[in-house]
Write a protein that binds this ligand. Structure first.
Ligand code: ADP
Ligand code: MG
Length: 209
C-alpha cells in the first residue's frame, strides 16, 4: 500500500493527537533532566501544524512534510523545534513532487530525517538524545523493507525499535543538549526527545494500518 497526501496528512494529525495526549508526560520527563518545556513545545508545534493543514492542505506527501517542517521551525522553540523541523524538511526534499509515498520513498525519508537531526545537532548514538530512538528505527525499517514489509509494517518495526532505543537512554550519560549539563546525575531518566520520537513513529505506524 502506498500513501497519498491525504494519508500522510491523516498520519500527521494522528501524531498531533498523540503529542497532545502525552503533553504532560513529556513535560515531566523534560522537567527531570531539562527545563520542562518539551511537552508544551511539541504540543504547540503540532497544534499549529494541524491548523496549517486545515488552512491549506498540500497535495503531495512531500508537501505535507514540508508544511510540518516549516511550521515546527517557526513555532517550536528550544532544541527540538529546529531538530524535528530539519528532519521533516530533509524528508520532504527526498519525497519531491511524487504523488504517493511507497516503501522505498519511506526509507529514503526516514534516512534523510535521521541525517537531518544528526547534521543539525551533531549527536551520535549513545549521547542520550532522540538520535538513540531514530538510529534503531531506521535500521529496523530497512530490515523490514528488505523482508518485503509494506508501509505499515515498516513503520511498525521502526516504532518498535524506537521504543527500545528510547528506553536505552535511561542508562546513558547525556552528551548533548540541556541534559548534558547534569552529566551522571541524568542517569536513570528517559530522554524526552527520544520518547517524543518514539511516540511520533508509533502514531505514524498506527495511522498507516
Ligand atoms: P530544550 O532542550 O532546548 O529545552 P526541548 O526540551 O524541546 O528543547 O528538547 C529536548 C530534547 O531535544 C532532548 O530530550 C533531546 O532528545 C533533544 N536534543 C537536544 N539537543 C540535541 C542534539 N544536539 N542532537 C539531538 N537531539 C538533541
Ligand atoms: Mg526543554
Amino acid at each position: 500500500m502506498a500513501c497519498t497526501a491525504e494519508g500522510v496528512a491523516a498520519a500527521v494529525r494522528a501524531a498531533a493527537a498523540v503529542v497532545a495526549e502525552h503533553r504532560a508526560e513529556l513535560i515531566d520527563l523534560d522537567r527531570a533532566i531539562g527545563d520542562g518545556d518539551h511537552g508544551e513545545n511539541m504540543n504547540r508545534g503540532f497544534a499549529a501544524v494541524v491548523a496549517a493543514l486545515d488552512a491549506a492542505p498540500p497535495d503531495t506527501p512531500g508537501g505535507v512534510l514540508k508544511l510540518v517542517a516549516t511550521t515546527l521551525i517557526s513555532k517550536v522553540g528550544g532544541a527540538a523545534g529546529p531538530l524535528y523541523g530539519t528532519a521533516f524538511l530533509r524528508a520532504s526534499a527526498k519525497l519531491g513532487p511524487a504523488a504517493e509515498l511507497d516503501v522505498p520513498a519511506l526509507l529514503d525519508a526516514l534516512r534523510a530525517g535521521l541525517e537531518g537531526v544528526q547534521a543539525r545537532g551533531k549527536a551520535v548514538g549513545g549521547d542520550a538524545t532522540m538520535v538513540d530512538a531514530l538510529i534503531p528505527a531506521v535500521a529496523a525499517a530497512e530490515k523490514t523493507a528488505g523482508d518485503g514489509g509494506d508501509v505499515a509494517a515498516v513503520l511498525t518495526a521502526a516504532a518498535d525499535a524506537a521504543d527500545t532505543g528510547a528506553q536505552s537512554t535511561v542508562d546513558l550519560i547525556p552528551r548533548k543538549g540541556r541534559a548534558s549539563y547534569l552529566g551522571e546525575r541524568a542517569v536513570g531518566h528517559l530522554d524526552p526527545g527520544a520518547r517524543s520520537s518514539a511516540l511520533l513513529l508509533r502514531a505514524f505506524a498506527e495511522a498507516a494500518r
